[in-house]
Design a protein around this ligand. Sequence first.
Ligand code: NAG
Ligand code: NAG
Length: 297
Amino acid sequence: MELPPPAYLFISFIILIFSSQRTLTQDPACRNTCNSLQIKYPFGTGPGCGSPLFHPYITCTSSGGGGGDQLILKTHTGSYPITSISYTTSTLTINPPYMSTCTSMQNSPNLGLDWASPFQIGPSTFILLDCQPPTSSMTTTKNTPLCDPSYSFLCASIYTCPDVVSLGLPLFPPTNTCCVYSPANLNEKGELDLRALKCGAYTSAASLGEYPIDPVKWVYGVVLKYTYGTLDNNVVDSKCKGCEISGGVCGYNPSGNSFICVCGNGLNSSLDCFNYGLNQVYGWSTNSSVHLLTRNI
Ligand SMILES: *[C@@H]1O[C@H](CO)[C@@H](O)[C@H](O)[C@H]1NC(C)=O
Ligand SMILES: *[C@@H]1O[C@H](CO)[C@@H](O)[C@H](O)[C@H]1NC(C)=O
């Protein structure tokens, strides 16, 4: 049956309305998961989500096809997939793409964090590899030895990895070209500067597990700490708990940096998803000097 043109238009109009409503419910502005990670304040999946102090550095990207979303930390040295977040200890673990592991030895570019960001190096065990021998002569800027000799058995362990050959390492005994640098410090540019340290690669163990001499069982990754605690943020913190309990995701209004609770039905609330229309506004302290103080490592 042929439809007259006006009916045609009307039907496509109806279809348009329904499909746009469907994308609204399928794709909420802020999500509480990214792949398998639970996303809670201060993390967010995009602009307007989580804390505005975190947003420039954290995004949930879809790698296109296969639904492979990934939470990414962006810094001036690269993009780093986040593999875990602990909201109780305020730490996250990143997996730098060119970091060596027991099954993949490779030369690595510098690892860097942005000084103005809320992230700093946390408690992971850094092992510098492929360094100019002897590593015992490497020193910090304060002229103290850089490598911790009491952990040199970790160097011996990582040199048992079969893939170590690909770095051309067996020429020297482990302790000559390897250095356990833990806790690691970043230089004034916020970088673990491998070129300046004259090393070709590094690995980092977030956990050595129960068997420190078995590098196959180490949990590889770089642990970072995050901070966001200021007086203003405590207020936002308690509002945010109420928002999350009501099924919302904490976010902020791009124009005013004020708190909003993003609810699943396409509505935003200034309080929580049980109470719309209450107009209380809390701001963030964007005073970055607070961060600079806490990141003096
Ligand atoms: C709700 O908040 C999110 C995140 O800030 C924003 O992207 C979205 O446009 C807001 N929606 C409405 C209807 O204001
Ligand atoms: C930001 O921090 C500086 C230094 O601590 C302080 O002097 C200033 O008053 C602060 N500004 C605000 C808006 O809190």
